[in-house]
Design a protein around this ligand. Sequence first.
Ligand SMILES: C[S@@+](CC[C@H](N)C(=O)[O-])C[C@H]1O[C@@H](n2cnc3c(N)ncnc32)[C@H](O)[C@@H]1O
Length: 267
Amino acid sequence: MRTIGEFSLKEIDELSYFDYFASIGGATLHPGGPLTTIEVLHHVALSPDELLLEVGCGTGATTLLLLKSGFNIRSCDINPRMVAATENRCQKEGYLFFHPDLASSEQLPYEDNTFRVVLLEAVFGFIKDFERAFRELKRVLKPNGYLAFVDMHYKSTPPSGVVEELGKIFGNPLPVLYEADWFTIFQKLRKIHWNTYDYPRGNYGKINDHLLQEKLKSEIPDEEKREEVFRALLNKFGVYESALNRNRQYLKYHVGIWQLINKDEVQ
Ligand SMILES: C[S@@+](CC[C@H](N)C(=O)[O-])C[C@H]1O[C@@H](n2cnc3c(N)ncnc32)[C@H](O)[C@@H]1O
């Protein structure tokens, strides 16, 4: 897999949203960052002998937080660059035996009834076949297990063009879902926790400039080229950030947790 130092400036500009973040690593790509993850952990009360699955681990921010906190976890992502980014990040921090899986929510490589908690942070809107994924998520969950989401929803009808603009940025037309839609989707499960937040300025996909420079130093020996790449990466990030900031009045984010009771009835 090519490193960012091997891309031309034009290629950097054309990187897809996910390939961009996978290449720079280190970012948290869900709203609220570690604080919303901690909110989930608080409500699911997972013990160290129980398993949690993170679907759509991205560059591994939450995976690392969970490993550092001593939880017993598995992580997977549909994008091989993301899997590599998570693996590298965990290896660097000393978790040498942790290997995220290359897998999609629609086809999970895990046994039935394995996990007490399945967590998806900013993944729901990217899933192509949610019915199939929902069946899989329920299949791998233990009876009475928890399905937890950190995600965004629309708080008011967005003016025309907004959905298209965000869809273009994410490389995927995100579904227009309101709070009530989330409740409808999971109506057969028991709602354990639901908390919403206004979309704050610049609180999405934060990147750490210092870590990024450190990474570039190891990949691009030539200082001039390195600075050019650094600027190109920051500019690209600015495009994502400004689109979200401009449209934040239509958005909210939430932490939602549902429990899978009567597992046989909701298959
Ligand atoms: C916005 S990122 C969020 C990453 C991470 N959860 C975080 O909060 O930093 C969405 C991630 O979901 C992954 N993804 C998209 N569709 C998926 C699917 N059907 N199954 C598994 N992962 C998926 C993408 O590759 C990407 O890494």
